[in-house]
Design a protein around this ligand. Sequence first.
Ligand code: FMN
Length: 358
Amino acid sequence: MNDLLGVQFDGLQLDNPLMPASGPLVGDFDKLRFMQDAGCGAVVTKTISTKAPVIPRPCIYGDRDYVMNSELWSEHPLATWVDVFLPAFMKIKDRPLIISVGYTEADMELLIPALDRFADAFEVSTHYVGTDLAKIGRTVAAIRARTAKPIYMKISPHLPDAAGFAAAIRQNGANGVVAVNSLGPTMKVDLMNRRLVYGNADGYVWTSGPVIKNLALAAVRKIKSAAPSLTVIGTGGIQSADDVLEFLVSGASAVQMLSGALLRGKDLYAKIVADMPAALKKYGFSSMAEAAAVTLSTPVSYEPVVPVLIPERCTKCQLCVRVCPYFAMVLLDRITIDPAKCFGCGLCIAKCPTKALR
Ligand SMILES: Cc1cc2nc3c(=O)[nH]c(=O)nc-3n(C[C@H](O)[C@H](O)[C@H](O)COP(=O)(O)O)c2cc1C
């Protein structure tokens, strides 16, 4: 294993913590090979189920910092995976393969025995299962009865009780969680044409990409805090090596990415892997394993602190004046802060384009 970038969990050894997230970029043999050639630490498949879905087209929308999709699971039947894609991948495979499966207990009875010989681990989409934790627990038990491989249950962000989810799946033999699936339902309006742009039969889509990163980070931390013995694989909005580190220090053992590559190009996988050593150095980590072992501190203060202006950095653009929620800033001969009005909220510091406030 790579000493600098390598991570290991549940008997799996990855040369680096980046994997593709389940979706169209891992939907057949050529795409699995692409991810291996790109240098991903492990490869994940598109979710395989027992019935082929009917998918509306178009089904993927991309904007500056989000993706919306109305895709379902793999358009290829189980037989094509078992007879064609996976045997072909086994011939070239040189790193762990996580097979994504969905959705019901009955599906698992068919899927797990058919796929077990190809899988180093299973990832289970709970996206269309609902929020009933007992049902999710029974699904885990149905898989555990049919495989000794690690099982990772993928959590959807609309599931209200992440800690309850963690407890239910652990009791039934899961090794961990993939957090998170795409967020929704969401929708996209075309105002000019009075219509919804994309969507399923009801007009709804799922949202992913950088806009969900902070939600995904919180889900990772919540699950890891609630169930430290579970492995957490972080997913949602990753588009740089810095993002990978953010997920590791939040409690993830490894990460997955899809939307970043849909928005910025598929070469992003290789770029992030290449950028990892510099990112480790920039933030003072000796290895990915060290980053994954971090526990984040939570500095909370209730004392308001009035920002201080650094005049030589200030361009007098007055963005701080315009955004201040407490009307505490004004441009006189220089930006001036009224300490009686300032609440110490910190927004001006965050928004200042020249870092002239601290
Ligand atoms: C077009 C598209 C298709 C997806 N298909 C699946 C899927 O088949 N199974 C699954 O578990 N997640 C699926 N996802 C969710 C992603 O795997 C991932 O959890 C989510 O997009 C958040 O990561 P990201 O922001 O890096 O894309 C899909 C997402 C997109 C955008």
